[in-house]
Design a binder for this molecule. Sequence first.
Ligand SMILES: *Cc1c(COP(=O)(O)O)cnc(C)c1O
Length: 302
Amino acid sequence: MSELLPLPASLPLDAIHWPVFDRAGISVTVLRLDAVDPVISGNKWFKLRHNLHQARAAGATSLISFGGAWSNHLHALAHAASLCDLPVRAYVRGELPEPLNPCLADCRAAGMALVPLDRASYRRRYDPGFLATLVGSDDGAFVIPEGGANEAGILGCSDICQYIPPGCFDQLVLACGTGTTMAGLLRQAREPVIGIQVLKGQAYLQAEVAGLLHKHGIEPVVNWHVEDGYHRGGYCRVDDALLEFCRDIETSSGVPLEPVYSGKLLMALCDMAAAGRFEPGSRLCVIHGGGLQGNRGFRIAG
Ligand SMILES: *Cc1c(COP(=O)(O)O)cnc(C)c1O
């Protein structure tokens, strides 16, 4: 059987030129995980890779997962599942928008069955008894949690380190939702890692990542921490300044951003650089998590 989602030989590293970074004397380079596949984007590709290998090895006959109406994970999974010819059913939080938004329309076009789950039920999705009712009589179903946030997801994300050339960077920076990508990165990272939390909640993701490391026996050899002050009001909260910033970076450096993760991450770096948080001469590597399909949910004015 051919290898599913083979690791690419290399991924682009693109420099970001921006006055704040120049003034702080730091260089910022973006590792373009968004370039890993034309459709299965970014860190979700890395998280799904081992999940799909495990599903195949287990002889799974279908896949089941969960996500919101603009989920990068569901978008990636729909296409990955069609590559391995496995039927896939997604439980979508809340109601299905009518007509479907572009993200869910892509999912359905790729063959994903979309089942809405009211918010109260959605919160119980990992409750074993309730999950069993969702899986039903589908014995061969392989369940992947929302966001690909499981051990296979962590393992897959540790492969991201292969694309960071040794000795070229002093600091890795990435955006964090569940912290799965950060935990995976910390399995292999040779440079200190800063996570930028895109959800509201003081210090919660720091604890979450520490918990993941402990649970999976990962002992990082580098310093790491999560910044919790750059969510700009909370998950998916987007303002005009942020949208304008994303557009300006793309225009000036040719690196496309989306506002939910990579835009907030780079804006955070601007703040931190202006506040003197990085030694002059520091070479930063920013992990671009992909998810550019989500831009279709934001009208970038101008
Ligand atoms: C899902 C996602 C993240 C967050 O990854 P976690 O492993 O949940 O922390 C970051 N960036 C993009 C573009 C994503 O789609």
